[in-house]
Write a protein that binds this ligand. Structure first.
Ligand code: ANZ
Ligand code: ZN
Length: 816
C-alpha cells in the first residue's frame, strides 16, 4: 500500500475542495440552517496553538452538522483594527495597514492549511471601508436616536508623549514608552447607552441557560450588577441644592452620620473654589488611577467640605465630606454613610473621628462587633417610628415615608456603565461626527460615508497622526457650511467585533448594513471562543444584536433577540502546566507541527487530548500517538482495497459481533457529537473500532463486515481528520463528496444482541432455562447457570462437582 503522506494528500484534497467551492454557503429556506462560528482572530502575524484549537473545535461541529444534512455556514474573517498594528508600525517603520494586510495574507494561508471548512467567499476584514462604513452608519442612527452621546470621562494621559494611553499601555502607573507617571485627565468622549438595555441584557440571560456555560452567565449577571434600593435626597443647610445618594440599605437611614461625595462631584468642585485644602485633595485624586479595582484597594482618604446637609427625616445636621472611595460613575456619585453598618464608612469614620450610630441589631440577639461594621440584616433600633421592624420591612416603610415627603424613591441601579467607545488612536474606525462651533456635534451625512481612514501614514510616536492631519480633520460643517473640525478619535475595536457575526450573512451587501440573509442565518447556532471574552465581547455583541434588531435590521422575534444560541468556551493550551505564551517562551509553533505531521494529526491531537472546555496539556507523545493512529488507518483501508462486498444474508456469530461493534461505534460517536462536544470519547471509540477491524482484516468470511466497518470509520473520522478521510473514501470506491455524505446511522438490527436459550440441569434433571448472549464466554454461561433460581433451589447444602456445557443446548450441573 502507498505510504501515508499527509502533505501530499492534504494539498490534493484541499485543492479539490477549493476548486468545487465546496463550503460556499447558499441561503435555502427549505433547509434547516446551521451557523457555526469561532471567534475571529486578531491578525497578529502567526497562528498560535489556541487558534488551532479554537478553529479545529468549530470545524468538527460544522462538519458534523453538514453531514447531518444541515445547510451550514462557517465563515472566517479578521478583527483587524487595534493597537498592536500601531506598535509594530513604530517598531518596524511600516504603516499599520500594510502590516495588517500582510499578516492577514499569511494567516489566511495557515488557516487554509488546516483544512477548515470555511466559506472563504464571505471573508471580512474589519479595517476595510466596506465593513466599517456600516458601523459608522449605525453610529449615526444611534446618535439620532439619542443612544450615542458625548460626555467627559477620565483617561490615562501621558504628559511626556502628550497622548492618551490605553489601559494596557500603562505599566505600574507609567507610560509604556515614556516611563512618565500617568495622569488622569477628563476629556470629552463618545458613549453608547448600553445602560438603556441593561434590563433586557439581564433578563435575556435566562433564555440562554441551556446553551451557555453557567459561569459565563454568572459573570454577565455580575457585570450588569442590578441592585434594588432607593434614591434619597438630602437638602443642604445653607444652599438651595440637594445631594442625591443611592443606597441599597434604606433601612439604615437613621444611622447616617455623614455624607460622602466623589471628588468629581459638582458640589465638591464648587466647594473647592473657596477651600484650598479641598482643592488640593481633589487635585491629588486626579493623579490616581482610573481603574475601579485600583480605587477599591487604595487607602481611604477624605476632606470635610464644610457643607452641612439635613437628614431627610430628623432634620439633623450632617457633615459632607469628599472621599476617594466614592465613584462618580456609580449611582449618584454620593453616599449616605452609615459607619455602624458599612465597613468602608466605618474605617473612614474611625480615621476622621466621625460618629458611629448603630441602628440594626442582629435578629438572634448576638452582640454587635466591637471593631467592625455589622453589615447583616436585623431588627431596627435607635430608629424612632421604625423601631423594632425587621430590615426588609423597614426598607419598604422608610422608602415609602421618603416618597410621601418627596425626599426619595425606590430605584434600581446598575453597575453596568455606558460604553465609552472613543479611542484617541489612529488604527480604528473613524467616528463619523463633525464638531462645529455654531451647530455642535453634527453627524456626517449618510451619503458621505464612509469616513475613510487614511492608510498611507507615517507614525512618529504614539500620538495619532489624524490629530495633526488637516486634510483629514478640516471640513465644512454639513449643517451650516462653516469651517468645522472632524472628530479625530476612532472607535474601540470591540465595536467591530460586536456585529461581524451578522455581517457574515451578507458581506457583499453594499446598500445596507444587513439584509434578509441575516434573518435566515442568525442566530449563530454554535459560537466557539475563549472564556476571556465572557463579559466584554459577549456582552457588547448581545447589545449590538438588540440595537440592530431595534433599527429594523433583524426581525423582532424571540429567535433574533440574542446573537449566539449556544456558546462553547474552550480551555487554554498549556505546556509544562503553564499557559503557552510568548513572554514565557514556552510556545509550540503550530506551523512546525503541521509541517512535520500534517493538519490531520494536528487536529486529531488537539481534539483528542482533552475535552474542549478544559485546558489541554501539550504532549509530544500524544502527537506521535495521533500520527501513528492515522498511519494505521491509512494502511488498514489500503490493505483492504477495492470493492466492499454485500453482506451475506446470514452472518456467523463472529461476523454479527463485529458488525454490532461497528454500529455501536456509530451510535457512540453520534451521541457524543450531537449537541455535545465529547470529542475524546468519540475518537476513542473510533480507535477501538479500528483495532477490532484490523484483527478481523485477514478473515475472508468477515470481509463484508470489515468493509462496512472501514467505510463507517472513515465517515466518523471525517469531522476530525477531513483530509485522510476524504482520500480513503475514494480508496473505498466511493465517488460522492464525503463532506456531504449522510452521516451513518446505526442499524438497530445490527445492534441487537443474538441470544441463545439453554436448558439448565442439576444431575441430569431439568431445573431451569437461561437466556445468554450468543457470543457469551463459557465461564459466564456456567456462572449464569449456577445462579439461575431453578438450579439454586437444588444446590443448597450440596457441593458442585462439575459443570458440563453442551454448546447451544444445555448446562448440566453435577452436584452431591
Ligand atoms: C448606605 C449603606 C448602608 C450602604 C449600609 C451599604 C450598607 P451595590 O450593592 O454595589 O449597588 N454606594 C452608592 N453609590 C456609591 C458610589 N458612587 N461610590 C461608592 N459607593 C457607593 O452598592 C450600593 C451601596 O454602595 C450603597 O448602599 C452605598 O452605600 C454605596 F449599611 O448606602 B449604601
Ligand atoms: Zn455648523
Amino acid at each position: 500500500s502507498p505510504d501515508y503522506q499527509p502533505e501530499r494528500i492534504e494539498s490534493e484534497v484541499q485543492a479539490a475542495w477549493a476548486e468545487k467551492a465546496l463550503y460556499r454557503a447558499v441561503e435555502d429556506p427549505s433547509r434547516e440552517k446551521f451557523y457555526c462560528l469561532a471567534m475571529f482572530p486578531y491578525p497578529s502575524g502567526q497562528l498560535h496553538m489556541g487558534h488551532v484549537r479554537n478553529y479545529s473545535i468549530g470545524d468538527v461541529i460544522a462538519r458534523y452538522q453538514r453531514m447531518k444534512g444541515r445547510n451550514v455556514l462557517q465563515p472566517m474573517g479578521w478583527d483587524a483594527f487595534g493597537l498592536p498594528a500601531e506598535n509594530a508600525a513604530l517598531k518596524h517603520g511600516v504603516a499599520p495597514a500594510a502590516w495588517t494586510y500582510s499578516n492577514i495574507d499569511h494567516m489566511r494561508g495557515q488557516l487554509k492549511r488546516l483544512g477548515l471548512s470555511y466559506d472563504w467567499s464571505r471573508e471580512i476584514a474589519t479595517c476595510k471601508p466596506e465593513y466599517y462604513r456600516w458601523e459608522q452608519w449605525l453610529f449615526v442612527q444611534l446618535f439620532k436616536k439619542g443612544l450615542v452621546y458625548q460626555k467627559k470621562a477620565a483617561v490615562n494621559w501621558d504628559p511626556v508623549d502628550q497622548t492618551v494611553l490605553a489601559n494596557e499601555q500603562v505599566v505600574d502607573g507609567r507610560g509604556w514608552r515614556s516611563g512618565a507617571v500617568v495622569e488622569r485627565r477628563e476629556i470629552t468622549q463618545w458613549f453608547m447607552k448600553i445602560t438603556d438595555y441593561a434590563e433586557e441584557l439581564l433578563a435575556d440571560l435566562d433564555t440562554l441557560k441551556d446553551g451557555w456555560p453557567e459561569q459565563v452567565l454568572t459573570m454577565q449577571r455580575n457585570w450588569i450588577g442590578r441592585s434594588e434600593g432607593a434614591e434619597v435626597r438630602f437638602a443642604l443647610r445653607d444652599q438651595a441644592s440637594v445631594i442625591k445618594v443611592f443606597t441599597t440599605r434604606p433601612d439604615t437611614l437613621m444611622g447616617v452620620t455623614y455624607l460622602a461625595l466623589a471628588p468629581e462631584h459638582p458640589l465638591a468642585l464648587a466647594a473647592a473654589e473657596s477651600n484650598p485644602a479641598l482643592a488640593a485633595f481633589i487635585d491629588a485624586s486626579r493623579h490616581t488611577q482610573v481603574a475601579e479595582a485600583a480605587i477599591e484597594t487604595q487607602e481611604k482618604q477624605g476632606v470635610d467640605t464644610g457643607l452641612r446637609a439635613l437628614h431627610p427625616l430628623t432634620g439633623e445636621e450632617l457633615p459632607v465630606w469628599v472621599a476617594n472611595f466614592v465613584l462618580m460613575g456609580y449611582g449618584e456619585g454620593a453616599v449616605m454613610s452609615v459607619p455602624a453598618h458599612d465597613q468602608r464608612d466605618y474605617e473612614f469614620a474611625q480615621k476622621y473621628a466621625l460618629p458611629i450610630k448603630p441602628v440594626i441589631q442582629p435578629a438572634d440577639g448576638a452582640q454587635l462587633p466591637q471593631d467592625a461594621a455589622y453589615t447583616g440584616p436585623g431588627i431596627l433600633v435607635n430608629s424612632g417610628e421604625f423601631e423594632g421592624l425587621p430590615s426588609e420591612e423597614a426598607k419598604q416603610r422608610i422608602t415609602a415615608t421618603l416618597e410621601a415627603q418627596d425626599r426619595g424613591r425606590k430605584t434600581v441601579n446598575f453597575r453596568l456603565r455606558d460604553w465609552g467607545i472613543s479611542r484617541q488612536r489612529y488604527w480604528g474606525t473613524p467616528i463619523p461626527m463633525i464638531h462645529c462651533k455654531a451647530c455642535g456635534a453634527v453627524p456626517v451625512p449618510e451619503d458621505q460615508l464612509p469616513v475613510m481612514l487614511p492608510e498611507d501614514v507615517v507614525l512618529n510616536g504614539p500620538r495619532s497622526p489624524l490629530h495633526d492631519d488637516s486634510s483629514f480633520y478640516q471640513v465644512d460643517c454639513p449643517s451650516c457650511g462653516a469651517t468645522a473640525r472632524r472628530e479625530t478619535d476612532t472607535m474601540d475595536t470591540f465595536v467591530e467585533s460586536s456585529w461581524y457575526y451578522a455581517r457574515f450573512a451578507c458581506p457583499d451587501q453594499d446598500q445596507k448594513m444587513l439584509d434578509e440573509r441575516a434573518a435566515y442565518w442568525l442566530p449563530v447556532d454554535q459560537y466557539v471562543g475563549g472564556v476571556e471574552h465572557a463579559v466584554l465581547h459577549l456582552l457588547y455583541a448581545r447589545f449590538f444584536n438588540k440595537l440592530m434588531r431595534d433599527a429594523g435590521l433583524l426581525p423582532s422575534d424571540a429567535p433574533h433577540d440574542e446573537p449566539f444560541a449556544k456558546l462553547l468556551t474552550q480551555g487554554m493550551v498549556l505546556k509544562d502546566g503553564a499557559k503557552m505564551s510568548k513572554s514565557k517562551g514556552n510556545t509550540v509553533d503550530p506551523q512546525a507541527l503541521i509541517d512535520r505531521y500534517g493538519a490531520d494529526t494536528a487536529r486529531l491531537f488537539i481534539l483528542f487530548a482533552a475535552p474542549p472546555e478544559q485546558s489541554l496539556e501539550w504532549s509530544d507523545e500524544a502527537v506521535e500517538g495521533a500520527h501513528r493512529f492515522l498511519k494505521r488507518v491509512w494502511r488498514q483501508v489500503h490493505d483492504f482495497g477495492g470493492e466492499i462486498p454485500p453482506l451475506p444474508a446470514a452472518l456467523t456469530t463472529e461476523a454479527a459481533n463485529l458488525r454490532r461493534l461497528v454500529h455501536q461505534t456509530i451510535q457512540k460517536v453520534s451521541s457524543n457529537l450531537d449537541g455535545r462536544y465529547h470529542f475524546n470519547p468519540a475518537i476513542a471509540a473510533i480507535m477501538e473500532l479500528s483495532n477490532a477491524l484490523s484483527k478481523a482484516q485477514d478473515d475472508p468470511a468477515l470481509r463484508a463486515v470489515v468493509g462496512e466497518g472501514l467505510k463507517a470509520m472513515v465517515q466518523l473520522l471525517a469531522p476530525f481528520t477531513p483530509h485522510i478521510s476524504e482520500a480513503l473514501w475514494r480508496t473505498l470506491g466511493q465517488s460522492n463528496e464525503l463532506s456531504f455524505a449522510p452521516w451513518p446511522e446505526a442499524d438497530p438490527a445490527a445492534l441487537e444482541r443474538q441470544t441463545l436459550n439453554l436448558v439448565v440441569q442439576v444431575n441430569g434433571k431439568l431445573r431451569d432455562r437461561i437466556e445468554v448472549p450468543a457470543d457469551a464466554e463459557e465461564a459466564s454461561i456456567r456462572a449464569a447457570a449456577l445462579a439461575s433460581p431453578g438450579a439454586q433451589r437444588f444446590l443448597e447444602g450440596v457441593s458442585v462437582r462439575k459443570v458440563i456445557l453442551v454448546p447451544g443446548k444445555l448446562v448440566n450441573i453435577v452436584a452431591s
